[in-house]
Design a protein around this ligand. Sequence first.
Ligand code: MG
Length: 396
Amino acid sequence: MIGGNSLDQVKGIEVFIVDLSQEKPYLGSLREGEKVNEAGYLVRKGNRTVYPVKNRSLVVRVETRDGVVGWGETYGLVAPRATAEIIHDLLVGFVIGRDPFDVERVHDDLYDLMRVRGYTGGFYHDAIAAIDIALWDIVGKIKGVSVSELAGGRRVERIPAYVSGLPEDTLAERCELAQKWQAQGFDSFKFALPIADEGAVEELKSLREALGGNARIAADLHWSLTAEESIDLARELSSFNPWFLEAPVAPECIEALRKVAKQCEQKIAAGEEWRTLHEARMRIDREACHIVQPEMGHTGITEFLRIGRHAEKYGLTVIPHATIGSGIFLAASLQAAASLDCATDHEYQHSIFGPFRHFTGDRLRCEEGAFTVLDAPGLGVEPSEAMKKAITLIPA
Ligand code: MG
């Protein structure tokens, strides 16, 4: 808990959509039967999930009466104006005038506003997460310390990064791409089942041959299997020694996830779609996964830390998820992860990080297999001039 009183208070909140569009869609080229609709969305056959052709995220700027500015960011891939409207229409009125040092109390008060109506996650919590990250940034700036210090102590300077997603059209090209990263000092990788055109076994087998026995290779199964299918697949994959299997079954199927975790010899990872400790406890307390993957863009810092500390109590590992963003919530995720002993690695979305690293002034670094955790007040990053050209203010 952050103690004391800042003698300052929140004065205003602005909301922006950030344009993170790229030529090649996330997860790579469209597969057979996948087409873009008029609104710019496509559905991936492999996981029946919608993706935009033009990536976006949602950024908030919170300013205090004394002129301290904090930045937050949340998930904006789909319908970002919905989240912006929740902030403008509802949340702003309950944050103005609050002491930023009460960030955790503010989080819980905002959560309580809609709790009994069932708005305990989704777009509603994304909106809270953006404000929460910005308030932690402000607290760090006022106190002159990094968020990892605020969160209980900066335990590491670097966090090992795994190369996530190999968005190439053929398996040979995906292996080649992984080898390029390996040559740059990365030893950990993850492939995604929806674009593993020859199936998970062939994908892992080829990557294992290309990368050698020491590489760690995880499989993201994108919630696409039943418990029985997952257990069978895990058996088939075992001779190629997968690092972990991610999201084997549909998100709501907690008992199925538990069954997979109990019956597979591999480690099971889950958590990128959770917002709160409550959602995490439904899986962690039932021993339904071994690796917890909180996504800062959904959780914000307050719930990320609660999930991480709870996972730690249960002896689990935290390997944060990294979705598509400008770098602000990635900086927050690295700060929060650096305060947890159980956070061993962090996802590295190289196809987003590389092209947009300059949006936060090139300060974030991921080299030779690890992220550097910034040691600067707050999150340690600010939007650059380049990012300011790529953002659009959403009017209240
Ligand atoms: Mg995933």
